[in-house]
Structures are given as C-alpha cells and as structure tokens.
Design a protein around this ligand. Sequence first.
Ligand code: NAG
Ligand code: NAG
Ligand code: NAG
Ligand code: NAG
Ligand code: NAG
Ligand code: NAG
Length: 764
Amino acid sequence: MMRPKLNFVFPFPFMLLITHWFLLALHGSAETSTYIVHMDKSLFPHVFTTHHDWFESTIDSIKSAKLGHSSNQSQKLVYSYNHAMYGFSAVLTLEELEAVKNSHGFVAAYPDRNVTIDTTHTSEFLSLDSSSGLWHASNFGEDVIVGVIDTGVWPESESFKDEGMTKIPNRWKGTCEEGQDFNTSMCNFKLIGARYFNKGVIAANSKVKISMNSARDTVGHGTHTSSTIAGNYVHGASYFGYAKGVARGIAPRARLAMYKVIFDEGRVASDVLAGIDQAIADGVDVISISMGFDGVPLYEDPIAIASFAAMEKGVVVSSSAGNEGPDLGTLHNGIPWLLTVAAGTIDRTFGTLILGNGQTIIGWTLFPANALVENLPLIYNKNISACNSVKLLSKVAKQGIILCDSESDPELKMNQRSFVDEASLLGAVFISDQPLLNEEGHVSSPTIVISSQDAPSVIKYAKSHKKPTATIKFQRTFVGIKPAPAVTIYSSRGPSPSYHGVLKPDIMAPGSNVLAAYVPTEPAATIGNNVMLSSGYNLLSGTSMACPHASGVAALLKAAHTKWSAAAIRSALVTTASPLDNTQNPIRDYGYPSQYASPLAIGAGQIDPNKALDPGLVYDATPQDYVNLLCALKYTQKQILTITRSTSYNCAKPSFDLNYPSFIAFYRNNTRSVVHKFRRTVTNVGDGAATYRAKVTQPKGSVVTVSPETLTFRYKNEKLSYDVVIKYSKYKKKNISFGDLVWVEEGGTHSVRSPIVVAPSGIV
Ligand SMILES: *[C@@H]1O[C@H](CO)[C@@H](O)[C@H](O)[C@H]1NC(C)=O
Ligand SMILES: *[C@@H]1O[C@H](CO)[C@@H](O)[C@H](O)[C@H]1NC(C)=O
Ligand SMILES: *[C@@H]1O[C@H](CO)[C@@H](O)[C@H](O)[C@H]1NC(C)=O
Ligand SMILES: *[C@@H]1O[C@H](CO)[C@@H](O)[C@H](O)[C@H]1NC(C)=O
Ligand SMILES: *[C@@H]1O[C@H](CO)[C@@H](O)[C@H](O)[C@H]1NC(C)=O
Ligand SMILES: *[C@@H]1O[C@H](CO)[C@@H](O)[C@H](O)[C@H]1NC(C)=O
C-alpha cells in the first residue's frame, strides 16, 4: 500500500483520510494494486482533447467523489495507452476499481502481472551466407526497424557500432532517451532508439530504488537478443576463445530500437504494454519479444493484446515459446496472430579429449581458459567413478584426470559437476548423453563431457593400460556435428493453453549456446568458486535466443517483400521450414531422446531463411479473420473489444477455421471416428502461372483427403481455395500422430509444406 507522508498541514482532510483508511482497513480492501484498464475508444467524450485527459479525468472523478480534491490517495494514473491497447493503468484499491468499472467507457480491467523472460555461427548454420539468397535480396535488412522489448542495451558494444549504416529513415519517430549512464550520443545509425519504462514497477512499490534508471542493460539479456537480430559485423568475437569468428546479427543492416521494460527491481505487464505501445507509435517494422505471460486468456494477455494492434499495422511480432519443456501444453505466446518460436540446438561443439594411445574424441566443454591439462594420469576406479562425493574426490584431486561414469539422471549429473568443481580436480571427464549438461552452458572447472557412444573405448583404455594418460584441449570449436538441429529439452511444447486450435509453436530456430553481445558488468564465466570473468560476448541458451533469430529473418523478409502482411511473412517461414536435420532424418526431440520431434515441439521445423524468401504460395489472414476466431470462441463483446480496441469488427461470420499454414485436429478418447474439415486459401506469390499438386503424408490412424488435388494459378497474386478432411479412425495407443500436406509445384522449385497433427483431446 502507498503510504502518504503523515506530516500533513491541514488537520481536516488528515482526519478524513485517517478515517477512510481505517474503514477500508476494516473492510480489508485498503490494499492497492496496479490494474490495467481497457476503455472503449468509440465512446471518447469530445470535451477532452486527448485520451490521456479522459483517463486522468476518470481517475480524478473517483478521487474527488470520495476524498475531496486536496489529497493524493492511491488513485494514480501510471500509463495511458493508445497504440498497443486502448486504456490506462492505475494504482487503485478494490473499492476504487469498482468505481472505475462504473465509469463511462469502461470495458475491462485486470491486475498487473509479472512477465517471464525466456533466458554466430548461427547465420552459417542457417545458410544465410550464400552468394545469393535472402541476405542479398533484402540488402541485409537495410532500413527495416526492429523494436526489441527487453532488459535494455549496452550501447558501447562493438555489435552496435554504425559503420556501414546509412542515414536513419525519415519515417522513424522514436527517440534516444537520456537516463542514468545513458545519453543521446549513445544512439547512432544502428541503435536508432532507446527508451525505458518502469512506472509500473514503481507503482507496485513506491519506495523502490531503480538501480539503473535508463535503457542501459545490467542483465545481458537485451544486449544479447538485440545483437542476435541485427548486430553489426564484429571480427574475432568469441566466448573465451570458443565459437570464434565474425559475430553479426541475422539482419546485419537492420536498425535497432530498444524498449527496456525489465528492471532488476521488477517486470510487470503495465511496463511491457507501455514499451510495445511506444514501439508501435515510433514506427517499428518488427517487434521481438523474448518473454511471455503464463496461464492467461488471450483477452488478458498483454502480448496478445498489443500484438493484435501491431499486426493490424503490418508489424511482425516474433515471440519465444518459453523454457518450460518438455511437457506438452507448457507454451506461452501461443497467440494466433503472432509468430511463436521454439529453440533448437546448433551443429557445434567445443573441446577434445586425447588419450595416451592417440585416440581423439570430440567432446563438449566451455572452460573459459586455455588450461594445460596434458598427459596426466587418467583415473578410472569404481569407488570414485560416481563422482558423487567431494571427500573421495578430494583425495585423488591432484593425481590426474578422473573419469566420471554413472547414472544418466540429469540432476545427478549436475550435482556431479558441482562436486567436481568443489573438489578442485586437475581435470575430469563426464560420460553423458544428457543434453541438459551442455544446454546449461557454462563450465567452471577444467572438465569435458563425452557421449556414451564414445565412452567404451575410453573406459577400455583406462582399464587395460598400466599407466593410462589423457589430455583435454580447451578453446576448440567444431562445427558440422550431427545430428543437428534437435529440439532442446527446455523449449516449451504446444498445444497452446490460451487457444489450442492453432498449431503452436510455429517454427524452431537456434537457441542453445548462441554467441552474441553481452554486458561487461556481469560475469560471463567463473573459474572455481571465486574467480569471475567478464566478456563482451557470451554463449546463452533459451527460447529467448531462438526468438531473435526469427525476428532477424522476419526483418530480412520485410525488406525483401515490403507489401507482405504479418500473416504472409509467418506463412512463408512456416511452409518453408525444414522438418529434417543435417542427416536428412526427421528432427529429434532431446526431451524424449528416442523419438522424433512432433510439430507440438518444433512447429513446421527449423527456420530456412533463403527458402522463406520465395515460398511460392502464402496463407494470408486479415484482422477480421482473427476476430472471426474470437467470435467462434464465444468471447463476449467486451473481451473482444479489449483485443481489437475498435467496434469496426463484427461477429457476422464466427469461424474456428483460421487460414493458418498448419493443421491440428483433436479427438475425444472414446470416439471411434471423427471428421474434421478445414478450408484454406492460398495466394500465389510466385512469378506467374503455376500448377501445384497436393502430396499428403498420412498421420497414423487418420486419413487426410484434399480437394481439389491440383491448384492451377493463372497469374501472380491469384487466390485459390481447397478443402482438407481429416478422418480419424482410432490409433491404437491414443498417441499424438502427425503428417503433412505439401503443395508441390509441377516443373518448378516450390514446395509448400503444412504440418498436420492429430491428437487426443486429453492433452489439452
Ligand atoms: C500530490 O500530487 C501532486 C501532483 O501529482 C504533487 O505535486 C504533490 O506533491 C502531491 N502531494 C502529496 C502530499 O503527495
Ligand atoms: C554522453 O556520454 C559520453 C560518455 O559518458 C560522453 O563522452 C559524451 O560527451 C556525452 N554526450 C552528451 C551529448 O552529453
Ligand atoms: C512479481 O514479482 C515480484 C518481484 O519482482 C514479487 O515480489 C511478486 O510476488 C511477484 N508476483 C507474482 C504474482 O508472482
Ligand atoms: C574402494 O573402497 C573399498 C572399501 O571402501 C576399499 O577397501 C578399496 O581399497 C577401495 N579401492 C580403491 C581402488 O580405492
Ligand atoms: C505412444 O503412447 C504410449 C503410451 O501412451 C507410449 O508409451 C509410446 O511411447 C507412444 N509412442 C510414440 C511413438 O509416441
Ligand atoms: C483421455 O486420455 C488422457 C490420456 O490418454 C487422459 O489423461 C484423460 O483423462 C482422458 N480423458 C477422458 C475424458 O477420459
């Protein structure tokens, strides 16, 4: 609760206030919270000149009605919103909230809530560096502006220098806001805007001291994501010698604008909304948002609400699926009108183990120094090989390299690693196929992980030789590792809890051990327990790191196809994504290592930028199409209005059948057969006349029919429709099954693929 100072000069209102607090306290409603309040724009009273005036007056009228005009009570306008949503946020008691609900133009209100953050070789892995393709067609994203909603930016990073950048486009309306350790000369032709929003954090706790009151990043997350999207070329960037090379963003000539909404002191929806509101007003083309709200319906999800407004303006919103995998239904941002990105692995590993007999094994380590662990005895002994006792390990610490081998329980492996750290070994080798060991990233002792496949020869050597020795080589980088990509354990899986009828995530992009810029004030590595090391570049993992890859590709597509809608760009990304890894087998699921990944983990598959440039056909959608879906969901008029802000949409044609580039059908456990019908319309964005034939891979237990089976386009931009019928007739184990529909161009190069998922309704 906000506490006004008690050294009041006027006794009368003071008494009144005391009484009022007392009464409220008795009723248990004196507690204040920040509420986000949606208003009806069509009811704007024209006695006011601005929306802000109207909202302020709404708040003032509650204040004067109850407490007289001399007091500053809890009612405080935090933000007015006019772009991402229509309304305001304010600090209110429950009683005051009730009064707001009765005021003119009120639509809906809900409490402010916390947001969850989803914590460069990647451009080669995505084949962007070919002599033709998307980089060239888009001129590397020149003049596209990407708004990043995040933790701020470290403007001095090499990645944000503006060498080679041209003048800022005239349409840009943003600014470089001054603040703590941040002034306007820190923006340039690359970082063209930087603003910060923390009124919501302050409203939640008026005593809070904001430790970095500016757009400067103190966490590293925003610096990393924004440099992944559009960092400039930096030669010789590496993480302590690992992943060394030219660091650059996916769209190296695009512009960046940072909207800092996450502070060490808090991260709330009202600030996130304010950041997106400003980004839309400033004129960004793409919004990248590596965070989400869990467990909220679409009409109370700030990202769903704000991204609807963005989508109307043709702004592509790219978001992270979350890090709550591998269980089904853990995803956030599964919003029908934005792009939801899952995280995959990269074909890269670091470090080698060399045995005394000359055998060389490529392993995985990120120990941040060129430690000399050479020709030391290799110790393999049953008593200590579990590596689960600091006491036992300490006894042999100085004798050589310990081979740690035991259960494959990932928790145990993590503990083993900390025991090894604590015992200060000269070196250790872990045997593990647990990707989590690598996905967690950092290593603070001179250790290496090898796979169980490589383990037998090492154990055999250690057991059979009289004096086995080994060497660990650090700061080595190997690419082309197979299989890759695989979906990571942590990447959140669909179906989307907020609406399961659209297949989410949409696509997968690199998310594990991504090298990008970092803040020099936070440790990027540790050696032992006490030595902290900083680095201008860091390897981070998460769907937070996958999302900016997709945002960068969306920026390139925006540059290459300036007229395409957000739905068309998403469609191009989905229908050209690859379901195969670099062994030409289906992408694997590291959450369930024996299985291939389902589209509920990877969507259509790994993003393929060069193919997305020229998708052949696109599945487009208008804002009204999404509203038809909201109508079919039986949302109330007010719930729809919170999202659309405008009464110009109608519910004349409610429909679940959104023109989406993928299919998902659910069946009830006990039904023997179910029929689902879908109708889709594709737009020919190829060069001219073209004929496409349908090719279906049937999901097990279902029969999918497509009609017509041939689509003949006579000219560019022609639209044709087709029907899909999915007949489910019992699949023995009630499993999720999946297949696809590919429209293959006759005598041409395009193939337009849509994943199909058939799942029991029990998983929702
Ligand atoms: C009341 O609010 C006004 C303007 O918002 C401010 O200038 C004033 O200091 C506040 N008074 C108190 C007692 O908080
Ligand atoms: C901004 O800050 C930098 C570094 O502190 C300083 O060199 C520069 O002169 C400042 N620019 C302005 C316009 O104040
Ligand atoms: C939101 O975060 C703050 C800390 O930033 C915490 O104190 C509060 O309990 C959180 N609220 C919820 C609902 O999780
Ligand atoms: C292993 O442990 C047993 C019992 O604790 C002990 O007798 C034996 O000497 C140990 N072996 C080695 C190689 O340390
Ligand atoms: C099918 O489901 C059963 C249990 O429901 C599970 O044990 C099995 O692994 C699943 N198979 C596949 C291929 O997903
Ligand atoms: C349907 O099956 C799922 C798992 O197979 C189970 O969790 C769920 O309770 C079942 N629902 C009904 C209505 O039987």
